[in-house]
Design a protein around this ligand. Sequence first.
Ligand SMILES: NC(=O)c1ccc[n+]([C@@H]2O[C@H](COP(=O)([O-])OP(=O)(O)OC[C@H]3O[C@@H](n4cnc5c(N)ncnc54)[C@H](O)[C@@H]3O)[C@@H](O)[C@H]2O)c1
Ligand SMILES: N[C@@H](CCO)C(=O)O
Ligand code: NA
Length: 429
Amino acid sequence: MTKASPLKIAIAGLGTVGGGTVQLLHDQAELLAARAGRPLALVAAAALEKPAELPLDGVAFFADAREMAKSCDYDVLVELIGGAKGIALDVVTAALERGKSVVTANKAMIAHHGVALARLAEAKGGNIGFEASVGGGIPVIKSLREGLAGNRVTKVMGILNGTCNYILTTMRDSGRDFADVLAEAQSLGYAEADPSFDIDGTDTAHKLAILASLAFAMPTNIDGVSCEGIRNVSALDIRYADELGYRIKLLGVASSSDKGVETRVYPAMVPLSFPLAHVSGPFNAIVTEGDFVGRTVLEGRGAGARPTASAVVADLMDLATGRVGPTFGLTVDTLKPLPAAPAGTHRSAFYIRLMVRDEPGVFADVAAALKAEKVSMEQIIQRGRAPSEVVPVVMTVHETDEASMLRAVERIRGLASVTDLQLIRIESL
Ligand SMILES: NC(=O)c1ccc[n+]([C@@H]2O[C@H](COP(=O)([O-])OP(=O)(O)OC[C@H]3O[C@@H](n4cnc5c(N)ncnc54)[C@H](O)[C@@H]3O)[C@@H](O)[C@H]2O)c1
Ligand SMILES: N[C@@H](CCO)C(=O)O
Ligand code: NA
């Protein structure tokens, strides 16, 4: 019997995810070889520095990742450096140009350049795996591309950023400050090199653009994703959410209907009865609606060395066994751009927190502003009275279209007694 040839792997980037991947390939080598029917052999690695703690004996080390991509003998290049372009895009392009395959955890690059890279892979005969790019260790790419291939997907939504979920959960549980908790998420290896990508929603937008492409068979369209992060979510809103029976989560929501496609990232109040409300810490979860399957929910660790390595290696196993297909489930020429749903038509309930000078007539003015835009109030909370001091007033309103809500907000902001206003969507199922 001839011995099956190994899958030769070159890894560019040996940080959190690269280090986890090297460790997994080392620790599970026998299991992987048995499952794939051939060894998964790490032959080369590149990074700015060679980490002494990693099992890299016998692995060629390159300080220049471009040189490794262009000259080394490998079957698949694993890109774990990061960044939408620059070195990451260069090494991936070089590998695909050579007809090699690529595995990456880089959602920024796939969201911006995935279609061009998929076209190159199709032309040159390589394949691209990006399971680690969304939902960390959760097999969500496979789920959409393969497991749900028999469905028309109408909605995919989720908690897609471990750093934000960690921050929001820890702020709620411990009452600690935003900055303090962010530093902790960074030290645990969850945060992006530039953490504003996490907290301003950019990372969630990248991931949502990828999910929408797979779900709706359209090219990735990062420019079409509206994006709002968690910087303005205060400890006060987190406490009121609790009191009202909600959790605040940063969501990515993509939906497709006869009005068009909507892809949006925003912090939302999620009712406790909704599965996403209980997803905490660095965990992610993705809810999908398909026309035959109905609803599916996937949950797991969305960031960190070991979960993300698990996803990288899942792609490597597919390449080792030949379970491969077009990057986004369809060849690039069959992906169809879809129109965006008209702005302002999205409907939801809302939470509004005002800071008001507690003067006679404030409630009447706010109620009049809502009435003028046909927005219907559901409940209102104000505690304590301290005339002439600024106090919080919290309201929830029934489902309304977003355009009406935003017009009402403008009216309320214009009231002399209102000093601040925070608006948060209330997500329904
Ligand atoms: N950290 C996570 O939990 C996580 C999860 C999913 C996806 N990702 C993605 O994985 C990728 C890597 O993230 P990370 O957290 O492991 O990053 P990291 O900062 O921990 O590691 C980056 C690695 O790239 C190397 N590198 C940087 N510039 C280089 C250059 N010019 N040439 C060669 N090597 C270079 C560094 O030496 C380091 O080894 C990013 O795309 C990130 O978005 C990260
Ligand atoms: N910074 C990302 C890493 C996983 O993609 C997060 O916090 O979710
Ligand atoms: Na994943």
